[in-house]
Design a protein around this ligand. Structure first.
Ligand code: BGC
Length: 806
């Protein structure tokens, strides 16, 4: 029997209630089984940089942590992404799941999106090519991709309700491009709608988006699922094209959907079609045959380790090098808040419990480099999480009343709770008393910080020192469900122990149904730590500074307040640079930062969040492995040069529930070209340890050929980029747009002839009136080079007029 006959028979054997049951989750990560028909459960897992599995966001079964989206974007290497997709498929299987909730392909519109790190690029073509490969690698192993978030989710501010106001031409030419490519060229099996509204309508119930564009124009035949708690209606979502409401148990379907069918508001035929889509996804992923119990394994594979390490080096972008890199010996100092902490990923639903985390310090030591170390200064947005173990007594009520219903242990003072907890405690309706004894390691004024999605207060030696109970108010922590951090200063004595008791009570949440808590305690660093760093730097031949941000800044749920380095890091860099000319800055951020200190340092390497092998990959590059990355996002000189930094709050961060994409298609390097302000580092930029030259551009029809030569004395790689410049047009068009690229590795002295092909669509703009791609006849410019601002080879392609279907 063919697959389609099989699932058709199956759906037709179902009652309406059974069909409806397939259209909502059973719990957070799975669909219900239909035992009568031998239909097992479909299981899904986050996320883009690894398969977390079915546990909580924190502390689940261990998984391989791959580089984050922007790091993959910086590789410009579709072949590598295909490999990573294949490895992620193995990870998904090790977690007993069938569907990966990835890739994230929203476009880097601002520099401050909390999920900037999760997205590949500001450019739709680069994003699309990488997504195609990632999805192909994943689905070749029978694991479904869920490309997300469809569409217009470019900020985390008022994330579950904001309306993105984007004109159709900009949608078609920029924001929809990766989704369109994933459907048409990679046959993605699933799509996740976004939280936001688009032009006032939630994307999960947007008929034009889901029915007209996705299924109609592009021919999508997979499953559209909602983002978690992002489905808000019964009739509208089903009619508009949303197959699956996630997570479960259902809020708006089940009996409500059956009633809507009976009332004639939703047709039975449409319910059947949605259920058939779910069954097709189950057939494609083998879930229909998978009757196993949900079991999760931690598979720490050597080949994944090697792949992640290689990908980390391929993602690293060398932004400046006065010749100090690669390091050649001498006395090395390692300084900075990120030296002994491995910054491997961002925060939010993309986080997972990594097998291990290699710090840069450990990576260098493992490579045999002797180093002297200094901490420098603090970096985190919040106080460091209080270490455990902590005893957690849980109560069935919200008042800590009576005897505890269950007792659990927390490894550290943070939790993220949903579904049933130990002893059958309901994460949405419980309270807890969490206690430990803390011994201060130094005398000073410590700082205690409390964040909670729920009500909470902290007692130290019986005294209520901070509370977010009476005074709780919504802030931007925990996916915008938690309060902002509440702080208290606590004088403490070295060697003395303090009783710490945290009381917590869940509260009804508005959108996302979970409870969460974090209590931090730290001794803020100060002048002494900076002075020590200066002394250590002064004694060294070369000092490497590990600075940047961490997952408390680069996280789902909150945008960044700006793009300067947090805390006193800029001051730290300037202070060490004043005593040593050989300063190498290793940046780890999920996006651009301002670098007022750039002129004072010898080298800058942007390493992003490269996954569990972070320290090894960074050490490899510092010691001579080719830095393979090129910027997938423009680094403006000043935040104010960015597209969202106008004085109009509706353009960013949004006003009265709306964020208006006023700039249209002019984002990223298109914007930089338009305003004529040179960026700090342009899109596509990155240095090599060797040198490349391009020559001999020829055009044959729509094929552009160039010769690439490695004119340095070592092997290396670069990215050859082709931009098209428009003819005089009926509409305003960007000065240039990336349309093709090739990542090429060459031995010293070697050369290669490259052919970059273009299609008619590469010359088109989207005409809303004609609902078609319009190619105006004429002589288009083609420019080839190694960044959006380094395009030495120019040619002309003569193109005939054409109108291309959507
Ligand atoms: C995120 C999604 C994620 C989902 C499930 C949401 O908060 O926006 O990207 O897949 O949660 O964790």
């Amino acid at each position: 029997m063919t697959q389609i006959a099989r699932i058709t028979n199956l759906v037709d054997a179902m009652t309406l209630a059974e069909q409806v049951s397939l259209l909502s989750g059973a719990d957070f990560w799975s669909l219900p089984a239909i035992e009568r028909l031998n239909v097992p459960k479909l299981r899904v897992t986050d996320g883009p940089n690894g398969a977390r599995g079915g546990g909580s966001l924190i502390g689940g079964v261990k998984s391989a942590a791959f580089p984050v989206g922007i790091a993959l974007g910086a590789t410009w290497n579709p072949d590598l992404l295909r490999e990573i997709g294949g490895a992620l498929a193995e990870e998904v299987k090790s977690k007993g799941a069938h569907v990966l909730l990835a890739p994230t392909v929203n476009i880097q519109r601002s520099q401050t999106n909390g999920r900037n790190f999760e997205c590949y690029s500001e450019d739709p073509i680069l994003t699309a090519e990488l997504a195609i490969s990632y999805i192909t690698g994943l689905q070749a192993q029978g694991v479904a991709a869920t490309i997300k978030h469809f569409v217009g989710n470019e900020s985390e501010i008022e994330r579950t309700s904001i309306s993105s106001e984007i004109d159709e031409r900009s949608l078609r030419e920029v924001y929809l491009v990766p989704f369109e490519a994933a459907v048409k060229r990679a046959n993605t099996w699933a799509v996740m709608s976004s939280y936001n509204r688009l032009g006032g309508i939630f994307t999960s119930e947007h008929a034009w988006l889901l029915n007209t564009v996705l299924r109609g124009d592009w021919g999508f035949d997979g499953v559209v699922m909602s983002d978690w708690f992002g489905s808000h209606s019964t009739v509208e979502t089903v009619n508009a094209g949303l197959d699956l409401e996630m997570p479960g148990p259902t809020r708006d379907r089940g009996a409500k959907l059956i009633a809507a069918v009976e009332a004639g508001e939703v047709s039975a035929e449409l319910v059947r079609e949605r259920a058939l889509n779910v069954l097709r996804l189950m057939a494609r992923t083998g879930a229909l045959e998978d009757h196993s119990e949900w079991a999760e394994r931690a598979d720490d594979r050597p080949e994944h380790r090697a792949l992640i390490r290689r990908a980390g080096a391929e993602a690293a972008v060398l932004l400046k090098n006065d010749g100090v890199l690669p390091l050649v010996g001498g006395k090395l100092a390692v300084i900075g808040p990120n030296a002994k902490v491995a910054q491997i990923m961002g925060g939010g639903s993309a986080q997972l419990n990594a097998h291990y985390r290699v710090t840069p310090y450990d990576g260098l030591v493992a490579a045999g480099v002797a180093v002297e170390y200094a901490y420098g200064c603090d970096i985190g947005k919040f106080q460091p999480v209080l270490p455990g173990p902590l005893k957690m007594e849980m109560f069935f009520n919200r008042e800590l009343a009576g005897q505890p219903a269950a007792v659990d242990e927390l490894p550290e003072a943070t939790g993220f709770w949903f579904g049933p907890l130990k002893g059958g405690v309901d994460a949405a309706h419980f309270s807890a008393r969490i206690s430990t004894r803390f011994e201060a390691t130094a005398t000073g004024v410590w700082r205690l910080g409390l964040r909670a999605a729920g009500l909470a207060r902290v007692f130290v030696d019986g005294v209520d020192v901070v509370e977010a109970w009476q005074s709780w108010s919504r802030g931007t922590t925990f996916f915008e469900e938690g309060c902002d951090e509440v702080l208290a200063d606590l004088p403490m004595l070295a060697g003395q122990s303090y009783d710490i008791v945290i009381e917590f009570a869940s509260k009804a949440s508005d959108t996302l149904a979970f409870s969460a808590l974090a209590v931090g305690l730290g001794l803020p660093s100060g002048d002494a730590e900076i002075a020590e760093a200066v002394a250590v730097a002064a004694r060294a031949d070369v000092a490497v500074l590990f600075v940047g941000r961490d997952a408390s800044w680069d996280t789902e749920g909150a945008d960044l307040p700006g793009i300067t380095l947090p805390g006193r890091q800029a001051e730290l860099i300037a202070a060490v640079a004043a005593v040593n000319p050989n300063i190498v800055v290793v940046l780890q951020t999920g996006g651009p930062v301002e670098m007022p200190w750039l002129g004072e340092v010898a080298a800058v390497l942007q390493a992003w969040y490269p996954g569990q092998e972070a320290g090894n990959a960074i050490a490899d590059v510092l010691l001579g492995t080719e830095p393979g990355g090129r910027l997938p996002q423009t680094f403006p000189a000043r935040w104010s040069d960015g597209v969202t930094q106008t004085q109009d709050p509706e353009i960013y961060p949004g006003l009265d529930g709306r964020v208006r994409y006023e700039e249209g298609v002019f984002i990223g390097y298109r914007h930089a070209d338009l305003i004529g302000v040179p960026p700090l580092f342009p899109f596509g930029f990155g240095l090599s340890y060797t040198r490349f030259e391009l020559a001999d551009l020829t055009v044959d029809g729509t094929e552009v050929s160039v010769t690439l030569r490695n004119v340095g004395d070592r092997s290396g790689s670069t990215v050859v980029q082709l931009y098209v410049t428009p003819v005089a047009s009926a509409v305003a068009r960007p000065a240039r747009e990336l349309k093709a690229f090739a990542k090429v590795a060459l031995a010293a002295g070697a050369e290669r002839r490259l052919v970059l092909g273009l299609t008619a669509r590469d010359f088109a703009w989207f005409c809303v009136e004609r609902r078609a791609w319009v190619v105006e006849a004429g002589r288009y410019g083609v420019e080839v080079g190694q960044s959006a601002l380094d395009l030495p080879l120019k040619g002309v392609v003569t193109v005939a007029a054409a109108v291309l279907a959507v």
